[in-house]
Design a protein around this ligand. Structure first.
Ligand code: HEM
Length: 398
């Protein structure tokens, strides 16, 4: 056969190939742990019944795991006193759902020890969470393996809440997402869940005056408060995001910015006009997200406990303390990109009480924002919205 024809056929086959990595398979645990997906769903459903916010936590968790160097459960690793991890990074300080993942893992270890990866649990539980809030079903083939590393710097590079729109588009495009896919994920994600007051900057981008009054009253100067992300239907997956973002009635700066940027505003308007079209696009984008840079085959490991590596490097050193159950309200953070993790700081925070801890988190978040804005300023057409914070040295890789 003509060599060019062979090349063309190969290219055509690649273009129509399924999204999943060839080693992922929806029947992956069929013989080794046939009830795996049922166990995952049952725990998610139970927890969702007790607290509908569980779903939002799990959906954000998969985004933060997969977007920072792949869907490998690296976000779940607890930092050690001599070693930072993704969990500690500024953008991850308020991520929730770790306890749900641990509960699922505990159940699965009872049934089929050492078989189901934490990375698969993160991806499948988010899919189930979406379904429970009324969102679309989507395919999550299994077979991911867990990382042997967890670097705080990978998660520090996650987009911040006041990232400039061109930079945001750039970040998603680098991970293989189109503008429409990015908006669909943002809209679906931010149609549920909560936003902590310390992420809110009402003067960083135009905001509806009445809405501003409402959230200012709800936050009432307390950084530790929360407001619903979607004030109309906070626990239901739907397309209300488009109208709210276009009307500047969203708490996060980024959601108001995409409602007015010349590139994203028309996309939001088109999706608002045809909300049914956004649902399958969200599903397709989540399928793509859930297979980003997965580890398969002999790579990585199947962790016994999701929050620690099977052979933690420092396990022989008795002076090394494992920092578990990170609580965002008790966690201090150091400057993004700084060599030393904030674990020592975190321990200093605890005796100072909630006020002190919140102050530290707010400062850390400000530094993260400054850093992101600096990066944004380098992007052509980037809008730097946060003028308040002082300039920090940016990390070289952004
Ligand atoms: C694109 C840039 C994005 C930025 C800058 C961003 C930022 C944020 C921030 C700052 C919060 C508030 C968290 C808190 O107050 O604890 C949040 C919440 C949330 N985000 Fe995003 N996000 C982005 C994209 C996404 C995507 C793509 C998804 C889903 C696939 C998503 C899902 C969520 C969910 C579900 C919540 C609510 C979490 C909860 O209730 O615990 N986000 N996001």
């Amino acid at each position: 056969m003509d060599a060019r024809l062979v090349t063309l056929l190969l290219l055509a086959a690649a273009a129509s190939a399924p999204l999943a990595s060839p080693q992922l398979d929806s029947a992956f645990y069929k013989t080794t742990c046939p009830d795996a997906e049922k166990v995952i769903f049952d725990v998610v459903q139970n927890r969702f019944k007790q607290d509908p916010g569980t779903a939002a936590g799990l959906l954000r968790l998969v985004f933060h795991d997969c977007f920072a160097n792949g869907c490998d459960a690296s976000i779940l690793i607890d930092p050690l006193s001599n070693q930072a991890s993704e969990k500690e990074a500024g953008p991850n300080i308020s991520v929730r759902g770790y306890d749900v993942i641990e509960e699922i893992k505990t159940e699965l270890e009872k049934k089929c020890p050492g078989v189901v990866s934490c990375a698969d649990i993160v991806a499948a539980s988010a899919r189930d969470a979406v379904k429970l809030t009324g969102g679309p079903a989507y395919e999550v083939p299994m077979g991911r393996r867990d990382s042997l590393t967890s670097n705080r710097e990978d998660a520090d590079a996650l987009p911040g809440p006041d990232i400039a729109v061109p930079k945001l588009i750039d970040e998603f495009s680098k991970q293989g997402f189109s503008l429409e896919e990015m908006i669909a994920m943002l809209a679906g994600g931010h149609s549920i869940g909560i936003c902590r007051c310390f992420f809110i900057e009402t003067d960083a981008a135009p905001i509806d005056p009445e809405y501003r009054k409402n959230i200012s009253a709800a936050c009432d100067g307390k950084d530790s408060g929360t407001v619903p992300m979607d004030s109309v239907s906070p626990n239901v997956f739907d397309g209300t995001y488009f109208a709210l973002a276009l009307a500047k009635k969203m708490p996060l700066t980024i959601d108001r910015l995409v409602g007015m940027d010349p590139k994203t505003e028309p996309v939001l308007k088109a999706m608002e006009a045809k909300p049914a079209d956004f649902v399958p696009l969200f599903a397709k984008s989540m399928e793509k997200l859930s297979v980003l840079k997965v580890l398969t085959g002999k790579d990585g490991e199947i962790r016994k406990t999701c929050s620690e590596f099977n052979n933690p490097q420092a396990s022989s050193d008795t002076s090394v303390i494992r920092i578990s159950s990170l609580n965002p309200d008790q966690m201090g953070l150091s400057q993004p990109g700084a060599a030393k993790p904030a674990v020592a700081e975190a321990r200093k925070v605890a005796p100072g009480g909630e006020e002190e801890a919140t102050k530290r988190i707010r400062n850390a978040v400000k530094l993260t924002k400054t850093f992101v804005n600096e990066a944004a300023a380098k992007v052509e057409g980037g809008v730097v919205v946060n003028k308040a914070a002082q300039i920090q040295t940016p990390k070289p890789n952004v």
